[in-house]
Ligand binder design. Sequence first.
Ligand SMILES: [Zn+2]
Length: 237
Amino acid sequence: MREPPIFVCIHPNCVPRFPELPHAQMIQFSLFNIPVRVLPWFWLTLAFIGGVLRADTRSEIFELLLFMLAGFISILVHELGHALTAKHFGKRVEIVLQAFGGYAAYSGGGRLSRFQSFLIIAAGPAIQILLGVAALILVIQVEGLSPYGKYFFVKLCQVSIIWAVLNLIPVLPMDGGRILETLLGPQRLRLTLQISIAVAVIIVILSLVYNIGMLLPIFMGLMAYENYKSLKSISWM
Ligand SMILES: [Zn+2]
């Protein structure tokens, strides 16, 4: 029997349910025999994060496009980390890039050990951090990069490291929360949810105190609420 797909990753600032946009706008391709779908919301949210509302000149618009390309490559590599590791363990995998990030879903194959699950989850942020470090080394070491080339690799470094680290915050359903869930085991799901709620609430408070923008506290607030609902539902069981 086919297992339901397990979403191993939701990127920071993800709002899970967005209205459908025309599927004609969807891009589909295959990479390492893994089907990849890129939904229209992915590009729209990347454009907003990259500052589409402030881009006026041709140069600013070109920099925005470079930022979007860096974001696309970074998130795709992150999901490939999950997907290739799951494939190695005999799973059927697919990658979907959607609003504010993406996920790698896997199903079928045999039952995974906790260590295998841990490896699948950790592989995403790990390879994304490596990509960021590689981009940084390239900027430092390679002489004669054009200003736009340098801009692209700096953005690739920044988004890769920042998004990977944010993703490792121990709040379900992000990678950090999934790692915590795997380490604590299924018997301690209640504790995992309690830690997720506490960490998310602390981040909301710190974000508001230090005024670091609204996206992170809104996202963490949503995650805290979703985890609270999950905790209430298992409390009745
Ligand atoms: Zn991930």
